[in-house]
Design a protein around this ligand. Structure first.
Ligand code: OAD
Length: 242
């Protein structure tokens, strides 16, 4: 049985109109990570952090998944029919994989659509609102926080992604700069033990990964991800018939 694990980053949503973090017009060129995306920033200036994430929430209102998201749904459905395993690990907080219809997806950096209370653990999902900081309706703690993972915090679902990386037969990295761990380490973890590794990005693969047997699909995600999914399915079918 094959086990296909896919990692996605901001690049897969770029053509849906969601800004990336590190491209020339990326978010981290205009905001300080320390101020808006760390527990320290939240303690020091919750209003600034809240405003930053409210803007992100506003920015994803009405956005739609693109062909790259949908081809991963199609890949998952076909693999399921064939009796193979599939795990989609996303660093994205825009929810587009779920909107597209992916089922086995883990949002390891959380989700913009959700708030949580750091004191009692209460969680809620809501549409964008222009409200000021919202107190916890359960324990009345002064403010809910966005349920996203900040720098210096643990990603969500570690046991699921560790298993998916260890057990997979095929791994694909899509639209991520590979700057943030642990996700940045997945490609190195999977470049061994006969696993097949795929790399998709609008930019060329970093030089140190050349000549390592990685299948590269360079270009826009909407053009290249469907091709990459086809190639993964062909590889799985060939192995199945051996
Ligand atoms: P980055 O902004 O670091 O990288 C986006 C990648 O997408 C870059 O490598 C681009 O070359 C590529 N890209 C841009 N447009 C593309 C397109 N149309 N098709 C394919 N690729 C394209 O975003 P991430 O790697 O997702 O974490 O960043 C990882 C984490 O860093 C984020 O989850 C976030 C950020 O800080 C936290 O906030 C904790």
């Amino acid at each position: 049985m094959a086990f296909i694990s896919i990692l996605t980053g901001a690049g897969i949503s770029a053509e849906s109109g969601v800004p990336t973090f590190r491209d020339s017009n990326g978010l981290w060129n205009n905001y300080s990570i320390e101020e808006v995306a760390t527990p320290k920033g939240w303690l020091e200036d919750p209003q600034l952090v809240w405003k930053f994430y409210q803007e992100r929430r506003k920015g994803i209102q009405g956005i739609k998944p693109n062909g790259a998201h949908y081809s991963l749904v199609d890949l998952e459905n076909k693999l399921e029919e064939m009796g193979h395993e599939f795990c989609l690990i996303t660093q994205n907080i825009d929810g587009l994989h779920l909107i597209a219809g992916s089922k086995n997806v883990i949002e390891i950096h959380g989700a913009l659509r959700r708030f949580k209370c750091q004191k009692c653990g209460y969680k809620e999902e809501s549409e964008y609102t222009d409200n000021d900081l919202i107190p916890c309706p359960k324990c009345e703690w002064v403010r809910l926080r966005p349920d996203v993972v900040w720098f210096d915090e643990m990603p969500h679902f570690p046991e699921i992604f560790i298993n998916a990386i260890n057990k997979c037969t095929h791994f694909a990295s899509i639209g991520t700069s590979g700057e943030v761990y642990p996700a940045a380490g997945f490609i190195y973890e999977t470049m061994r033990d006969g696993k097949e590794v795929y790399f998709q990005n609008i930019e060329r693969m970093p030089r140190h990964l050349w000549d390592k047997g990685i299948k590269e699909f360079q270009g826009k995600a909407t053009e290249q991800v469907p091709k990459m999914c086809k190639s993964i399915l062909e590889s799985v079918s060939i192995k199945e018939n051996k």
